[in-house]
Write a protein that binds this ligand. Structure first.
Ligand SMILES: [Zn+2]
Length: 414
């Protein structure tokens, strides 16, 4: 019991609520799904032993997407949250900023953050000159592709401005080209962690599924399908995030999910694959998270990052995805970065309306490894005001969820 209380106090402190108790000196993982309106923003902070040195720790932090934010106050608030969370884990900066793909509900916030960093003289952001950028722009053949064909958000200027800033401007030379099967944590030699790229730029497991080559028979039909996806293991904990990758080869989509699922199942599951948490693809769109995919990845918990409706007013997540997730993850383990309004004269959520408010979903795993054990995840939600994305109320009650399967530890040191 004492351990649980200590852990919770530590976690609350770590998310900037109070300033007591430094984090316990053991491996820990924080996955911070930050509410940014209609879009994704996820901060992953891993504190792990260095290979062969059980008492030495290294902290590696990765930001994946940053929503569509551009307001200076909101950008400052998100950046501060990133800084505080990394500091609480004992780290000193971001190692990677990943743009899962180039749509503005993922990229614009990254651009805004980079601009803010460029101007900042805060020594806490000294990492800005070393942070590696992982995006599709880093690929040499990116420039030869007919982007306008798959650039379907009327915000191409964000992409162009981002491209300039990161190829000729302040962040020139900081791209890292990551291909499927690359483990971006490998250079850090962590004892219990790996984060393998499963799909990148339309390539899954080294094969092109959706090509960035105009006129090819497998030509990508949507920017979404070129999303990076990553499979994170931290001890016995497993997490999958796949941007806005689609799961059906109809309309303007390719089927990226099936090869992702096949690869994961074959490589890591022995035909019995399972993740402890799934960051739901494409904000719960019907083009993604198809039932067969869900039946292969078998998530114990799910997080949907959206604002309940897309830019064009369509309802996301769609009812089919919500139903499938609540069955698969069990209702209690489906988290959202939005809070639905209630139906009139009812307590039932009204999914047909835009979100009433937003919330951050923080996941915290302490002392992960526990080889073969069922990992427990402490989940904290923190409400945001949807109008200005500022904190509007304190932390909610933490809930604890348990990964439904016991896994072996991540491979660790060679
Ligand atoms: Zn999106």
């Amino acid at each position: 019991m004492k351990t649980i209380i200590t852990t919770l106090v530590t976690v609350v402190a770590a998310f900037g609520i109070c300033a007591a108790n430094p984090p316990a000196d053991q491996p820990e993982l924080r996955i911070y799904h930050i509410a940014v309106g209609q879009g994704d923003c996820t901060l992953i902070v891993i504190k792990d032993n260095v290979c062969g040195a059980p008492n030495t720790y290294k902290v590696v932090s990765i930001l994946i997407d940053a929503g569509p934010i551009s307001d200076a106050v909101v950008v400052g608030r998100v950046l501060q949250g990133i800084k505080d969370t990394i500091k609480a884990a004992g780290g000193d900066g971001l190692q990677y900023i990943v743009a899962s793909h180039l749509h503005s509900d993922h990229l614009r916030g990254i651009y805004s953050i980079l601009l803010a960093l460029k101007k900042s003289t805060d020594p806490d952001y000294a990492w800005k000159s070393k942070v590696k950028l992982i995006d599709r722009i880093g690929y040499s053949h990116f420039f030869s592709y007919k982007m306008d064909k798959c650039w379907n958000i009327a915000n191409g200027r964000t992409r162009d401005a981002y491209k300039t800033l990161t190829t000729t401007g302040a962040f020139k030379g900081q791209h890292l080209v990551v291909k499927s099967k690359d483990d971006i944590l490998k250079p850090f030699k962590l004892a219990h962690s790996s984060m393998v790229c499963i799909s990148s730029n339309g390539e899954v497991n080294g094969s092109w599924v959706a090509q960035t080559k105009a006129g090819s028979t497998t030509e990508a039909k949507s920017e979404n399908d070129l999303s990076f996806s990553f499979y994170l293991r931290f001890g016995a904990f497993r997490y999958l995030t796949a941007g806005d990758a689609g799961g059906t080869a109809t309309g303007s989509y390719s089927n990226i999910e099936t090869p992702i699922a096949t690869y994961l199942n074959t490589t890591y599951g022995g035909g019995n694959f399972h993740v402890c948490c799934f960051k739901v693809s494409h904000h719960g769109s019907d083009h993604s998270t198809k039932t067969t995919f869900l039946n292969t990845i078998n998530p114990s918990s799910c997080v949907i990052e959206s604002a309940l409706q897309s830019y064009n007013g369509t309802r996301i997540p769609v009812e089919r995805v919500v139903t499938d997730l609540t069955t698969k993850c069990t209702l209690a383990n489906v988290y959202t970065t939005y809070i639905p309004e209630k139906k009139k004269k009812s307590t039932a959520p009204d999914y047909d309306k835009p979100a009433a408010d937003l919330q951050d979903v923080n996941m915290y795993i302490l002392g992960a490894p526990a080889t073969g054990g069922n990992v427990t995840i402490a989940v904290f939600t923190k409400q945001r005001n949807k109008a200005d994305l500022k904190l509007s109320s304190g932390v909610g009650t933490p809930t604890t969820i348990t990964c439904s399967k016991a896994h072996p530890d991540a491979p660790g040191c060679p």
